[in-house]
Design a protein around this ligand. Structure first.
Ligand SMILES: [Zn+2]
Ligand SMILES: [Zn+2]
Length: 123
């Protein structure tokens, strides 16, 4: 029901809901949300949890890094080597068993950069 195309560019559940709704007018948010949960459970999707932000979904499930625009909140990929957490022992991690790593860059996206620049010119 939810296609990879609809999932490009790290949408939120809301984003996906609106895109699916274009094709299936009567669909409810809870149905979309439930399906996203199933896809995550099956390993076809990952969630990107950024503190203070809505959950974003990603169909690229390999370990990779993200950047979030601090103006509009959009999430994109960052093309840097992912942090490898395999081999990090509990003794290195304050006794924690490490099962994931989440490095999120912050910055300003191109669209917001443009808007900021335009505002700057008007002054
Ligand atoms: Zn932005
Ligand atoms: Zn991604």
């Amino acid at each position: 029901m939810v296609t990879a195309k609809q999932l490009s560019n790290h949408p939120t559940a809301q984003d996906i809901f609106f895109r699916v709704k274009e094709e299936i007018v009567n669909i409810s948010f809870s149905t979309v949300y439930r399906n996203l949960g199933i896809l995550v459970d099956e390993g076809d999707l990952i969630t990107i949890n950024i503190a203070g932000s809505e959950i974003h979904y990603d169909h690229i499930v390999d370990n990779h890094c993200h950047i979030q625009c601090r103006v509009c909140g959009k999430v994109r990929d960052v093309n840097v080597p992912a942090v490898n957490f395999n081999g990090v022992l509990p003794s290195d991690a304050s006794g924690f068993t490490v099962d994931g790593v989440c490095v999120t860059f912050t910055g300003v996206c191109g669209d917001c950069r443009e808007k900021i620049d335009m505002k700057g010119e008007k002054k």
